[in-house]
Design a protein around this ligand. Sequence first.
Ligand SMILES: C[S@@+](CC[C@H](N)C(=O)[O-])C[C@H]1O[C@@H](n2cnc3c(N)ncnc32)[C@H](O)[C@@H]1O
Length: 270
Amino acid sequence: MNALDPADEFGEDDEETPPNMARVFDFAIGGTENLQVDREFSAEVDLVMPGMSALCRDHRRFSAAVVDHWCAEGVDQFLELGSGLPTVDHVHTRARRTHPGARVAYVDWDARTVAHARRLVAGEQGVSVLHADAGDAAAVLGSPEVSEVLDLSRPVGVLAVGVLHYVHDDAAAAEAVHVYTDALVPGSGLAISHLTSTAREDIHAWATMNHGGWSYAPRLRDPADMAPWLTGFSVVGPGWVSAPDWRPEPPAPGPEITASGLWGVVARRG
Ligand SMILES: C[S@@+](CC[C@H](N)C(=O)[O-])C[C@H]1O[C@@H](n2cnc3c(N)ncnc32)[C@H](O)[C@@H]1O
């Protein structure tokens, strides 16, 4: 079996499973797709980093604002990298308020998460869940889950919400983003939210603790590290801002540090 193939035996009520990042995230944003082991783990993380749950909710505020913005611009196709579980107000639910036929391809590299996510969207026309490393952009774009759901000759909104900090290698992250953006036609968008440690010592402590077994340490970056990723795109609205504060208007300069611990940026291919 391919190491990335989700196994059928993953049951959502399996209390023997280790804590799972997507389910911990679901718990933090008020979802019900989580287990006791995730809730207990969430409490443990809070001892090291009390703001963890707030970070999850901030990611979600950012993605909701971005999806609303793109929908208002007429975008009705979305690719979410590192999608986790499509539970509370996720991309397809949010987008379909405006475009009932919106099409969404979700990508996650965690086998349990993918198996669980596929159960959640079973029966949803135009929604797929791909099991892949988002860092392997060519494989993602060439997969049937993406090519059969998204029409890349039309604008697509690509969300990298809380995922690129798990691509540790800077060159690999930049290369992956460029492969995605090169595939996008004018009118398409790219949205990134990314952890920083600037002014957030708790995030630095969390990033450097032992993550064996349950998760993986994030690579912390700031706008100067990521700005080259946006080559060929125009920044929309305020530029790099604290992710939960991102709005398409007014276009004011972003702050030098982000109080949330998350940078957010949205860019458009003109
Ligand atoms: C913080 S959660 C974000 C969930 C989602 N973007 C949202 O806003 O609800 C991060 C997710 O990214 C996934 N992930 C981390 N690194 C990844 C990678 N290299 N490729 C694909 N998925 C990845 C994890 O399995 C997890 O489900």
